[in-house]
Write a protein that binds this ligand. Structure first.
Ligand code: GUN
Length: 301
């Protein structure tokens, strides 16, 4: 058996179509254009690529975007002052400080300084707490993208056994909560889990977010399972170049799973689309707009 490939680019295209329509509607009926501010500290090449892509997508969908490039030598106080200015700027509805920060800076006071209303990354403790409490929250983008792909692939997730491997605040914990909200029975597994392979094999929905290249092998996957691979690991090639691989061993798992996300081209494109959903949602909430359709799931094909 060969698994169906879950095409994150195609799926994110559907979502972006719905977002662009909502942005156009918000502009024409309310005169409001959502604005996203991105902050990049230093010159990490991967972060530069990610931030550029976020800016470009915001423009494509009709939003405003404001890029702040800050030197790597900036002080914690200066970075906090920038966040305070963006918090106070009414044209900025969402603030994203690209991580990781240079080593001399502490990310937590910076994340905590972002106004929760503008926390489109969903990383502020208030956002995380709202997700846990079951209220309306700005949820971290990668977990939202994973849950949308899983739901799109499975139809109904209700009663399915979801196993999430990895317990990070960025992905593992929030994706487990989102799948629980979809009425999955959720197991949170991690590096200390006993018989991790056996636990993974019991999953109808397997989310891999451990950051270990190709750790999850085909014989860890239940036949027919939906596999969502969040890993982005750079593997050296014999020719000196490198390639990206996930946390799942795609070559073996794709013969067992029912559907599987590739790396790259799976979860990645969904993350940026979900950031745009959050920016739209933040703009609507800040301006008291209730009649614009904010997508909560992938539109059908
Ligand atoms: N760096 C890698 N992923 C992310 C993310 O989701 N948000 C931010 N701010 N930085 C990141």
């Amino acid at each position: 058996m060969t698994a169906r490939v879950i095409d994150g680019k195609e799926a994110s295209g559907r979502l972006k179509g719905a977002i662009a329509a909502a942005v156009a509607d918000m502009k024409s009926r309310h005169g409001v254009t959502p604005g996203l501010a991105t902050v990049l500290v230093g010159e990490d090449p991967a972060s530069q690529v990610y931030v550029k892509s976020k800016q470009k997508t915001a423009h494509e969908l009709g939003m405003n975007s404001f890029q702040h490039d800050v030197p790597a030598t900036t002080s914690q106080a200066d970075l906090l002052a920038l966040v305070a200015r963006l918090n106070a700027d009414p044209g900025v509805n969402g603030i994203l400080v690209q991580l990781p920060l240079p080593k001399h800076l502490d990310q937590f006071p910076v994340i905590n300084a972002i106004s929760p209303a503008k926390d489109v990354d969903g990383l502020h403790p208030e956002s995380a707490g709202r997700l846990l409490a079951g209220g309306d929250a700005l949820v971290a983008c990668t977990p939202t993208g994973c849950a949308m792909l899983a739901k799109d692939a499975a139809g109904d997730l209700s009663g399915k056994h979801a196993v999430v491997v990895g317990r990070s605040i960025l992905v593992g914990k929030p994706v487990a909560l989102l799948l629980l909200n979809e009425n999955c029975t959720v197991t949170m597994a991690h590096s200390r889990t006993q018989d991790l392979a056996g636990v993974c094999r019991s999953a109808d929905i397997l989310v891999a977010a451990v950051g270990k290249a190709e750790m999850i092998k085909g014989d860890w996957v239940k036949p027919g399972a939906i596999v969502i691979d969040v890993g982005i690991n750079r593997m050296p090639n014999p020719d000196g170049k490198s390639r990206l691989v996930g946390d799942v061993d795609y070559a073996t798992a794709s013969h067992v799973a029912g559907a599987i996300t590739p790396v790259p081209g799976g979860v990645g494109p969904m993350t940026i689309a979900c950031l745009m959903v959050n920016t739209l949602k933040a703009a609507a909430a800040q301006r008291g707009i209730k009649d614009v359709a904010i997508p909560t799931r992938l539109p059908p094909k």
